[in-house]
Design a protein around this ligand. Structure first.
Ligand SMILES: [Zn+2]
Ligand SMILES: [Zn+2]
Length: 279
């Protein structure tokens, strides 16, 4: 077994890409995370960050990968038409996602106006692409790694994923809202994980509507404070705050990171190009 296990963040923003000089350190691209384990390349979501990842994969001749989609909100699939590997005949991609997702994905892609980049069927792309419905309780073997999934709490549904490899584990849980206590399904999925990547779209004040804005309860997102509670309950080693609000600039993301460290010291805010090595 090749002893490589890393996480690389290509897009960390939620909702919509956010350009601008005060957003550059964190990065403005939307959700896309690469997990390398052994010789396998696993990708979580295909937001606008996937464009740069696709170029990197083609440069390194990584012609086979697996893409795990959490759900089909635009910020998580906006990179699909711009993911270069899809346009090469020698590439094979297995996509895993919510049941019935192939049709949903094709419908949302064909309904967008993107000139020559628009596609209406995955088999119109040059690469060989297969879509697999995730099912409750099933696991996906990727070489020596095992990926398991669970349905979390988000309008229209969302899947969270866990990768186990070489005695270590990483959990990707974005676009998910806590209940009055941490979601027990997610606590179970994240049990003992080395790294938990978690939806920290809102601050607790924003979530509760204390800053003069409308409360964010029921919108399907969470806070750093709930991330810290969850990480403690699940015995997670390292919490990574993810899916930053598009209005949260570099300084504000750093401030949120510091606040979260007061309750869970091993906290890092995800930033584009950041890499975490587990092996
Ligand atoms: Zn999102
Ligand atoms: Zn969403």
């Amino acid at each position: 077994m090749e002893s490589v296990f890393y996480i690389k963040f290509w897009g960390v923003r939620g909702m919509i890409p956010r350009p601008g000089s005060s957003f550059e350190k964190v990065g403005g691209r939307t959700a896309c995370v690469e997990v390398g384990c052994g010789s396998e390349v696993l990708i979580f979501d295909c937001g606008s960050g996937a464009r740069a990842l696709g170029k990197q994969l083609m440069r390194s001749r990584a012609y086979e990968c697996r893409l795990f989609l959490s759900h089909f909100h635009w910020d998580h699939i906006i990179g699909v038409p711009f993911f270069e590997p899809f346009r090469h005949r020698e590439v094979k991609v297995d996509i895993f996602g919510p049941p019935g997702g192939k049709e949903i994905l094709e419908r949302s892609l064909s309904s967008t106006v993107m000139d020559r980049n628009s596609i209406s069927r995955l088999d119109e792309l040059e690469a060989s692409i297969r879509y697999h419905d995730m099912k409750r309780g099933t696991t996906v073997s990727c070489g020596e790694a095992v990926v398991s999934g669970a349905q979390l709490n988000h309008p229209g549904g969302v899947w969270g994923y866990r990768v186990d490899f070489g005695g270590h584990a990483v959990v990707y849980a974005t676009d998910t809202e806590h209940y009055s206590c941490p979601d027990r399904v997610l606590v179970t999925l994240a049990e003992g994980a080395d790294v938990l990547i978690y939806d920290a779209t809102y601050t607790p004040e924003e979530y509760e509507g204390k800053r003069g804005k409308r409360a964010a309860v029921g919108l399907g997102h969470s806070t750093y404070e709930e991330g810290a509670k969850l990480a403690r309950d699940a015995g997670v080693r390292h919490l990574v705050l993810f899916h930053h609000h598009p209005d949260r600039d570099d300084d504000e993301v750093s401030a949120v990171e510091d606040l979260c460290r007061n309750t869970f010291s091993e906290t890092t805010a995800a930033r584009e190009r950041m890499t975490i090595e587990l092996l």
